[in-house]
Design a protein around this ligand. Structure first.
Ligand code: PMP
Length: 367
């Protein structure tokens, strides 16, 4: 009976609200018909509001990594000097994509668990032999549960005339990222995170002022070509077959976000994070990111106590308590667990998780 009952607290896919699930029951329609064009137009308006951007929002059937690749190939040319600011696994991935496509990457790799600062970015940019064409930055680093000070970093990047290209796959709709106001040229996200939609949609928003760079970029691109997509978007169409069912879900999810209010959504994410963090501290466990200032509102990383393996803890939470959480990546494998609280998550989910975590640890012999 309980086969389908679980609390899904991995950093993507995240739980789907019933309103979104129901919206996806609608029959699939022809994407070359007026009803689809209406849906597309409605979505464009809502997505611009979500990214707080004047410009285009491109919607692809893909995961977040596809959206990152789309940014790289649409903004850069082979040989372009690019600064990649990486504070973890996903920052590395963004930079690796740029390298694979032939950008001349300078790495600013910072310790996992720390955030980048505007000072270090400014210093790195100033001492580079030639100006960077672009800076690649992660908004929320999911491998470490750290949020970067994007607004402050954006300031120093824009003062130095570079493009700012942001991976907000696990940040958008959980924490603010007003693109026009902060002068972010492009930002990528994916449906299965704070947007509360199943996996399968990758999104890239492009600020109007950055469009010129897309026209000038010379990296090879076919499927991801924003130039062609923009032509189609002008009459509410996509060049290739869109994931219609997921777009119904996205439409409903955006309604939920706007009905609650974007600021209220961000505030709820912060509250949920705080409930979890204070509970973890009270229990005598250690947070991987002790500094509240840089602690993500999307997810929280908790150190697994000495003598217990993270994999065992994850299995115990899954098998006995029906809570699905994620482990650490790379050198953090087995050492931390990551509890997501993005999207359709409430304080009560965290209270339940804290109790389950305490019990699971006891089951495994923790004091
Ligand atoms: N960037 C970040 C910050 C992410 O959290 C993720 C997914 N966890 C990705 C990129 C990659 O997204 P996907 O798995 O959807 O390709």
């Amino acid at each position: 009976m309980f086969d389908e009952k679980e609390l899904l607290l991995v950093p993507g896919p995240t739980p789907i609200p019933p309103q979104v699930q129901r919206a996806m029951l609608k029959p699939v329609i022809n994407h070359r018909c007026p009803a689809y064009e209406e849906l597309f137009a409605r979505l464009q308006e809502k997505l611009r509001r979500l990214f707080a951007v004047t410009g285009e929002v491109f919607v692809f059937p893909s995961s977040g990594t596809g959206a990152l690749e789309a940014i790289v190939v649409n903004f850069l040319s082979p040989g372009d000097p690019v600064l990649v600011v990486s504070i973890g696994w996903f920052g590395d991935r963004f930079g690796e994509i740029a390298e694979r496509f032939g950008a001349d990457v300078t790495w600013l790799k910072l310790d996992w668990g720390t955030a980048a600062t505007p000072e270090i970015v400014a210093e790195t940019m100033d001492k580079a032999p030639k100006p960077f064409k672009a800076v690649l930055l992660t908004h929320n680093e999911t491998s470490t549960a750290v949020v970067n000070p994007v607004r402050e970093i954006a300031k120093v990047v824009k003062e130095r005339g570079a493009l700012l290209l942001v991976d907000s796959v696990s940040g958008l709709a959980a924490m603010p990222l007003p693109m026009d106001e902060w002068q972010i040229d492009a930002a990528a996200t994916a449906s299965q995170k704070a947007l509360m939609v199943p996996p399968g949609i990758g999104l890239v928003a492009v600020r109007e002022a950055a469009w010129e760079a897309v026209e000038q970029a010379k990296m090879p691109r076919y499927y991801w070509d924003f130039r062609l997509a923009r032509k189609f978007q002008s009459h509410n169409q996509n060049p290739y077959t869109p994931p219609v069912t997921l777009l119904y879900g996205l439409d409903a999810a955006l309604d939920l976000i706007f009905a609650e209010g974007m600021d209220a959504v961000f505030e709820r994410h912060r509250r949920v994070r705080d409930v979890l963090r204070s509970g973890i501290r009270e229990m005598g466990l250690e947070l991987f990111v002790p500094n509240d200032e840089i602690a993500s509102c999307s997810l929280t990383a908790v150190k697994v106590p000495e003598g217990i393996h993270g994999g065992d803890l994850i299995r115990q939470l899954r098998n006995k308590y029906r809570i699905e959480v994620a482990g650490g990546q790379e050198h953090l494998r087995g050492k931390i667990i990551r509890i997501s609280h993005m999207g359709y998550v409430h304080e009560s989910d965290m209270l339940l998780t804290l109790t389950a975590l305490r019990n699971a640890l006891k089951d495994l012999g923790w004091h």
